[in-house]
Design a protein. Structure first.
Length: 247
C-alpha cells in the first residue's frame, strides 16, 4: 500500500473508506510494524486521512487527537462547502445568462476577503483561452474543475467556463466534460446542457451539496473513530465493529 493515494473523501463511498482503515489495521497486525502507518502517511494526499494517519503515529493523548481532528474536520468541511458554493453560484449565473463579472461577484460573497483580484482572475481566464488555441495544449490540465484546487485557482477555472457559456451557448462546453474531475460540477453542467431551468438547477445543486457535506461529515466521524481504535490497539474485529456502527 505504498502507491500514491488519490483519495477523494467527498466522493469516496463510506464502505470504501471503512475498507481502507480495515486494510491498514490488517497490515499493522500482520507486519507488527508501525512503519506501515508512516508509509501510508507519506503516500496519502487526502488531507483528513493524512492527518489521522499522522495522529495515529503520534504520542498524543486520545483527548488531544480528537480535539485536533475536530478542528481539522471543521476547517476542511467549511472549505468544501465554499467550493461547492462557488460551483453552484457559477452554474446559476451561467443558467441566467449573467455577465461573467456577476459570476465573480457572486463567488466573492463566500469569502471574507477576495481569494484573487478581479483583474488578475480575468487575465488568467484570457490566458486559458489563449492556451486552448494551441492544438498541443494540455486540455486535461486547463479544463479540469476540482474541489481540491485552491480557491483562487478554482475561481479562475469557473470564470473560464462562465465566459465560454455566454449567451447560453452551453453546447460549446460539452466536449469539456471529459476533463472535469468534480462529479458535482459535472452534474450541474450536464443539467444546463440538458436544458433544465435555473430554479431546478439551483435547487438540485443546493440539495446535492448538502447531502455531500453530510456524508463527508459522517465519513470523517467514522474515520476518526476507527483511527482511535487502531491507536488504542483494538483487535481487527473490534475496529470492524466501529465501522459497522456507521455502515
Amino acid at each position: 500500500m505504498t502507491q500514491e493515494k488519490e483519495f477523494d473523501i467527498l466522493e469516496m463511498p463510506l464502505e470504501g473508506l471503512a475498507a481502507y482503515w480495515l486494510s491498514v489495521k490488517k497490515l499493522l497486525d500482520s507486519k507488527k510494524n508501525r512503519n506501515v502507518l508512516a508509509e501510508e502517511a507519506a503516500h496519502t494526499r487526502e488531507p483528513f486521512i493524512h492527518h489521522l494517519l499522522t495522529a495515529t503515529l503520534s504520542r498524543l493523548s486520545e483527548v488531544r487527537v480528537v480535539r485536533l481532528a475536530k478542528g481539522r474536520q471543521e476547517s476542511l468541511l467549511k472549505d468544501y462547502e465554499r467550493k461547492l458554493a462557488l460551483m453552484r453560484e457559477t452554474l446559476a449565473s451561467m443558467s441566467k445568462g449573467e455577465h461573467t463579472r456577476v459570476s465573480y461577484v457572486r463567488m466573492l460573497s463566500h469569502y471574507p476577503t477576495a481569494p484573487i483580484a478581479e483583474k488578475l482572475a480575468f487575465d488568467m481566464v484570457q490566458a486559458m483561452m489563449d492556451s486552448l488555441a494551441d492544438e498541443a495544449a494540455d486540455k486535461a490540465a486547463i479544463l479540469n474543475v476540482d474541489h481540491k484546487f485552491k480557491p483562487e485557482q478554482l475561481m479562475v477555472k469557473l470564470l473560464f467556463y462562465a465566459s465560454r457559456a455566454r449567451h447560453g451557448d452551453f453546447k460549446a462546453l460539452e466536449p469539456y466534460l471529459r476533463y472535469v474531475n468534480s462529479a458535482y460540477f459535472t452534474e450541474g453542467l450536464t443539467m444546463l446542457l440538458d436544458g433544465f431551468d435555473t430554479g431546478f438547477v439551483e435547487h438540485r445543486l443546493k440539495t446535492l451539496g448538502e447531502n455531500i457535506l453530510f456524508e463527508t461529515h459522517l465519513k470523517m466521524e467514522m474515520a476518526l473513530e476507527m483511527c482511535l481504535g487502531i491507536k488504542a490497539k483494538l483487535t481487527y474485529d473490534e475496529v470492524f465493529t466501529i465501522a459497522k456502527a456507521y455502515l
